[in-house]
Design a protein around this ligand. Structure first.
Ligand SMILES: [Fe+2]
Length: 617
């Protein structure tokens, strides 16, 4: 493509516009989050017409590594960023009405050049057996991000014997390797590794393994939890349940994320995501596993709901949210599954006939008023009273009725098709968590405990349709909670045997975000509190406040295993220490946690364990 640079610029512009519009469309960043939404689309025809020339290979770099995500049985999203600078595009602009093409207004430097990128995906690490490849363009309009999926199957090629064959996309449950390069040059990215999902109807030949994360706070701690999974290299896919970034200013800890202020504008969110994607442990994990992500509040703002957050509301909040959403879709390797739905991130993944994974958005799509102000709405400036007034209102929803209807359909369809497990990724803790005082009042109305009717409708659906083997995965709370899914006061539940439970919830702690009762809080006091909570809540089987970390989930036909790992001290140093804190099993058809002593020998190394003992690590 560099040869075009010798042409006259007028002819060049016309040639490029004509020759490359389809290649621009190959870059999904232009249609994320929604090409057809008036305030979130980029008018691609304007972008194409404006481009006068291409960056030379010397002018651009792969500034933020590579990533893959949202695997299907025949395709996967590949991501990179090819840019003239590590910094994000300096736009103070916040989407309003039709998004204008980037034209250098408001202090930014106009940029008329495009970057041309090619990619290949192959079955071998040396990239000899290429099964798909393509070419695309990126510009300042999308912060030079590149997002592609299987676009152009190779029409016809030859094998070693000269036999012609046609490549038809990726094979299920198969490892692939991929690489980007600057068009017509040998400037290349790292080689990445990724994996497709098992085919929907396929009997999966072995357990499928996940690492599950939430709440990765760059200034507060090192991402040792990411590094350990990369080092062990024993899983298939990474799930991140939100708070992948934090929006607030923090220059008081280990490292200062850019920009050094709270994020409001499109530039702010792009730059913040870019800062996180300089962490080498996160980059390594992205380069070897496909991620499946959903956002929580801090991808936009603390304790956000559909129309506001802890510290912003009205138009300020809504513009901020649109900027955050747009940056998220540019920077994260995820699919937009519905081009007509502005904020839809909730989506389903079929994992053979072993499981369906439903990733929910309980935060930004349609969440009704949550607790803001004070501390989770309590204390001066808090709105806890307003929320308590409506907490059991039947019209109240955490998911939005559109998503609720979809979710109930997914649960039923998954059960009817005979998928063995239903895995549900949700941001906030689902189970009732009472304080043990004031009639066991819930301690955090920002979780499902603040949206009782929505939770009741889920239990009702599971009951009405006899849906078994449901496992909920949650994050958000910066602590670990393992519970039976007990519909307290609505269906009998035996805490000793688990009889009456609908399934199991595994809620994991943070990668590095502190828990008020963890960091700088003596472990023995954390344990006492855990003991109190476990005894106050019959369905809560294990709880720990002290450790940062993650959990691994192994899904097989006969059982699901969860292993919770604690990172001793991510606050001060990078290291590979981790402690296996507790292990749990769920046997198919039992809809409850297996009881001790089958569970990890009936021993945990932190927090408090019902029906078992806790020993020092
Ligand atoms: Fe968090």
């Amino acid at each position: 493509m560099r040869r075009f640079l010798s042409l006259s610029s007028g002819l060049l512009a016309a040639s490029l516009a004509k020759a490359t519009s389809s290649s621009y469309e190959n870059n999904l960043a232009y249609s994320s989050p929604s090409r057809r939404h008036p305030s979130l689309g980029v008018p691609l025809s304007h972008v194409v017409k404006r481009q006068a020339e291409l960056f030379t290979p010397e002018e651009v770099e792969f500034t933020h590594g590579i990533a893959s995500g949202d695997p299907y049985e025949d395709s996967v999203i590949l991501w990179t960023r090819l840019a003239p600078t590590e910094d994000s595009v300096a736009s103070e602009f916040v989407p309003e009405g039709v998004v204008p093409v980037y034209d250098g207004t408001e202090g930014a430097v106009p940029e008329t050049k495009a970057a041309c990128v090619e990619w290949r995906i192959a079955t071998d690490e040396e990239l000899n057996n290429v099964v798909d490849q393509g070419r695309g363009y990126t510009t300042s309009d999308v912060d030079y991000t590149v997002k592609v999926k299987k676009i152009e199957a190779i029409d016809v090629t030859s094998d070693a014997d000269g036999v012609q064959f046609e490549a038809k996309g990726l094979q299920p449950f198969t490892t692939y390797y991929y690489q980007f390069n600057v068009c017509d040059s040998d400037k290349v990215s790292l080689v990445g590794r990724t994996r497709t999902l098992p085919a929907r109807s396929q009997k999966v030949p072995r357990d499928v393994n996940f690492a599950v994360y939430s709440c990765s706070n760059y200034p507060e701690g090192y991402f040792n939890a990411y590094a350990n999974t990369a080092r062990k290299d024993t899983i298939d896919y990474v799930l991140h349940l939100g708070d992948y970034i934090y929006e607030y200013q923090d220059s008081s800890h280990l490292r200062t994320p850019q920009p050094d202020r709270e994020t409001y504008t499109l530039y702010d969110y792009r730059r913040r995501l870019g800062t996180y994607r300089t962490d080498e442990d996160l980059l390594t994990l992205h380069s070897i596993y496909p991620f499946i992500t959903v956002w929580d509040d801090h991808e936009v703002a603390d304790n956000s709901w559909k129309n506001g957050s802890h510290n912003s509301e009205g138009d300020v909040f809504l513009k901020r949210k649109e900027a955050a959403v747009r940056a998220y879709f540019e920077w994260m390797p995820l699919r937009q599954v519905d081009m007509d739905d502005t904020l839809r991130i909730w989506r389903n993944f079929s994992i053979g006939n072993l499981a369906d994974l439903m990733m929910l958005d309980t935060r930004h799509y349609a969440r009704d008023l949550t607790v803001v102000g004070g501390i989770i709405g309590i204390g001066p400036g808090g709105n806890i009273g307003d929320v308590e007034d409506v907490v059991d209102d039947p019209s109240r929803t955490l998911m939005g009725f559109n998503q609720e209807a979809w979710f109930y359909d997914q649960l039923s369809q998954s059960s009817e098709r005979g998928a063995r497990w239903r895995l549900v990724g949700t941001q906030v803790v689902f189970s009732h968590i009472g304080l043990g005082i004031f009639n066991n009042r819930p301690f955090n109305r920002d979780q499902w405990d603040g949206y009782l009717a929505n939770r009741d409708r889920i239990y009702q659906h599971l009951a009405d349709h006899s849906i078994n083997n449901t496992i909920i995965l949650a994050g958000d709370s910066h602590a670990s909670w393992v519970s039976d899914l007990a519909w307290i006061n609505r269906r009998d539940y035996n805490k000793d045997t688990g009889a009456g439970s609908f399934g199991v919830e595994f809620a994991g702690t943070a990668v590095s975000s502190h828990s008020v009762l963890g960091r700088n809080f003596p472990n023995f006091l954390s344990k006492l509190l855990s003991k109190w909570l476990v005894s106050a809540n019959p369905e809560l089987q294990w709880q720990d406040l002290y450790y940062r970390g993650y959990f691994e989930l192994s899904v097989g036909y006969e059982e699901v295993n969860a292993r919770f790992f604690g990172i001793p001290d991510p606050y001060k140093r990078k290291n590979d220490d981790e402690i296996l804190l507790a292990e749990f099993k769920v046997y198919s058809g039992e809809n409850r946690l297996a009881r001790s002593p089958t569970v990890g020998g009936g021993v945990a190394k932190a927090g408090a364990l019902k029906n078992g003992k806790v020993v020092s690590p």
